[in-house]
Design a protein around this ligand. Structure first.
Ligand code: SAM
Length: 284
């Protein structure tokens, strides 16, 4: 059983380099104690003697790696999410944002939205609930909601559609009643037809998505990335947007606060947190 206390600077460097290369997640030196504490718990679970054994397992590329990778991610990031997180955004979504997109897509009668880095799906399903509430306006439209994340563990939870009290705590009573069935003290099951509106799959934000979307939500993930990765992510997200599509980047605006908007002619600033895809070609 492990008795190790803390990652040595060399072990920390190896592990943080590994995660950066796989995910773009940048872990600064000040996080050494935090990462040590979190990984020590994984050593205990896996009955490993030291951090180097853990590093070897992670870099083995075998099935043990596949199984451990989501736990590793959870140890170095947070998967926190809940329905209707940030009331300001959701007022905007069910008002101006969806209305503007409905006008834009009135001829095609199709709307595709992407919840990027969706964690366990509350964001994608909040969108599904908003769209369902507008059904009378878009009855014969083709709707597609895609939620993606790098962690298979959270994607499994998303597909199941069962949430605890905390995850639904920001749903109004009306929405809770209309969209969930209470299973027991702490568990709520999302209505089946709402659950079926969203599809979930693995996607690393480092890579490009093949399809294009009309609305992208990119929230509470960019803080894990350094500037080169943020640049890459904004560029590849913009490349996955139809002309006129909207991007909500928040809750702390990672584009205006840390990047130079002049580097991204393919998107224009609309108002706090909101960007629109222009016709300009993406930079390389
Ligand atoms: C804090 S959650 C945000 C969930 C949701 N967007 C929200 O705002 O409620 C951050 C998520 O980003 C995911 N993530 C981290 N790095 C990623 C990457 N390179 N590609 C895709 N997802 C990533 C994590 O697995 C985690 O589920």
């Amino acid at each position: 059983m492990s008795t190790v206390q803390q990652l040595s600077p060399r072990e920390f460097k190896l592990i943080t380099k590994f995660i950066y290369e796989r995910t773009g997640i940048f872990i600064p030196d000040e996080k050494l104690a935090l990462v040590s504490n979190r990984l020590r718990k994984r050593l205990r679970v896996l009955k490993l003697d030291g951090f180097m054994d853990y590093y070897d397992l992670m870099t083995s590329g075998g099935s043990e790696f596949e199984e451990e990778f989501p736990h590793f991610l959870s140890a170095v990031t947070t998967n926190e999410t809940y329905f209707f997180r940030n009331a300001r955004l959701w007022d905007l979504v069910s008002g101006d944002l969806l209305n503007e997109l409905m006008e834009l897509k009135a001829r095609q009668k199709s709307l595709s939205v992407w919840s990027a880095a969706c964690s366990s799906g509350a964001e994608a399903y909040s969108l599904a609930i908003c769209l369902n509430e507008m059904r009378h306006k878009i009855r014969d439209w083709k709707l597609s909601i895609v939620g993606t994340d790098i962690s298979s563990r959270v994607l499994d939870i998303a597909r199941e559609g069962i949430y605890n009290e905390y995850a639904v705590s920001k749903c109004s009573d009306k929405r809770l009643k209309a969209n969930f069935k209470k299973l027991d003290e702490d568990r709520y099951r999302l209505r089946d037809d709402i659950r079926k509106m969203a599809k979930f799959r693995f996607h690393n934000l480092r890579d490009r998505m093949k399809e294009k979307f009309d609305l992208v939500l990119l929230r509470n993930v960019m803080m894990y990335f350094d500037t080169p990765m943020k640049t890459k992510v904004v560029r590849s997200v913009a490349a996955s947007m139809n002309t006129g599509a909207l991007l909500y980047a928040g809750d702390v605006d990672p584009i205006r606060s840390t990047l130079d908007l002049n580097d991204f002619p393919e998107i224009e600033y609309v108002k706090p947190f909101i960007y629109r895809r222009t016709e300009a070609p993406s930079a390389a």
